[in-house]
Design a protein around this ligand. Structure first.
Ligand code: CUA
Length: 348
């Protein structure tokens, strides 16, 4: 009788192993500040631990079940003249083993998940931020410091931040992969999340995004999180608290300020132009971001562009071609655009 050949099996085993290895090596490739596997704070760190725990349990079960399966397929495959297989239906011992064993694994996963949920958030937040999801950009409001900004969230390194999440439209989801997991931002139901960037992350910038489909520009609803050393953060706060700088009279920026006051104040606010302060009641009627210190920001329009004079000019000349479906409708000529760019970029 011919001996069974395992050559084909060996080849497939090698190909499968290479695929598995490649998927492990290439998984989560990209910028480190985007990765849930490179946590920059205690919340993301605990979430990563839970991820690896569940991955470990699942991998163990997968390997054991597949190994037994493959062994049995070859060891007990049908050969010429082999007798009928043993019938084990109704074997109580086997039934008990394969009910109890998965229960133990599932209970371990449940226990570690509940433990992580209970211990996830750091206590005693020292900074409060109201995060507001708009169509499609993020507003960051620091109620105790009385400032409002957009697209870039500044936080001090090593401080516990409490974020109150609000939406005035549809459901969004607030996510900073390296710092904290996702929490839904639901209209009429204000969720809260607490997070912290480790002290040794000072000076770094992290990627943030909306993680719940919220319309055509969902993918362009991103933001940056800048982790400042505490003194830099305090300087940033006191700079932002100032009213907008007035341009030199007769300059291009001064002309831009005039155009802003005529064309843009229906949607946008600048403290010192159409707002008396960040808490001015008029802000309730403004749908666009507050631009008081626009020139100090790194991003434009929900991070669809980086903040450069060229990009701002592009945005002002045709916002719908840059980000189709957004709320900004303007019609400006080239002179007006040049003046507005000069003005807005001067607002450091
Ligand atoms: Cu907001 Cu997706």
């Amino acid at each position: 009788m011919k001996k069974p050949s395992f050559r084909g099996v060996k080849r497939w085993a090698i190909i499968f192993s290479i695929m598995l290895l490649a998927s492990l090596l290439l998984a989560a490739c990209g910028e480190p500040d985007h990765s849930i596997l490179a946590p920059a704070g205690p919340v993301a760190d605990r979430e990563r631990s839970l991820f690896f725990f569940i991955l470990g349990v699942a991998t163990f079960i997968f390997v054991v079940v597949e190994a037994v399966l493959i062994y049995f397929i070859f060891r007990y495959r049908e050969r010429p003249n082999s007798p009928a297989a043993m019938q084990i239906h109704g074997n109580n011992r086997v039934e008990i083993i394969w009910t109890v064993a998965p229960s133990i694994f599932l209970f371990a996963v449940l226990a570690y998940t509940v433990y992580t949920m209970v211990t996830l958030y750091p206590t005693n937040p020292s900074l409060e931020v109201r995060v507001v999801g708009h169509q499609w950009w993020w507003e960051f409001d620091y109620p105790n410091q009385h400032i409002v900004t957009a697209d870039t969230l500044h936080i001090p390194a090593g401080a516990v931040v409490r974020a109150d999440l609000f939406s005035d439209n549809v459901i969004h989801s607030f996510w900073i992969p390296a710092i904290t997991g996702k929490t839904d931002v639901v209209p009429g139901h204000n969720n809260v999340m607490v997070f912290e960037a480790d002290s040794n992350q000072a000076g770094k910038t992290f990627f943030g995004a909306c993680a719940e489909y919220c319309g055509t520009q969902h993918a362009h609803m991103r933001f940056d999180v800048v982790v400042d050393p505490p003194d830099v953060f305090n300087t940033w706060i006191s700079t932002q608290q100032q009213a907008a700088q007035a341009p030199t009279s007769g300059s291009l920026a001064a002309k831009g300020k005039q155009i802003f006051a005529q064309q843009c104040v229906g949607c946008h606010g600048i403290v010192g132009v159409n707002l008396t302060s960040y808490d001015d009641p008029k802000t309730k009627n403004l749908v666009g971001p507050n631009l008081t210190h626009f020139g100090s920001r790194g991003l434009i329009a929900g991070a669809v562009l980086t903040n450069t004079p060229d990009n701002l000019a592009k945005w002002l000349s045709d916002p719908q071609s840059v980000k189709p479906g957004n709320d900004m409708m303007v019609s400006l000529n080239q002179d007006q655009i040049n003046a507005l760019v000069a003005y807005l970029e001067s607002l450091k």
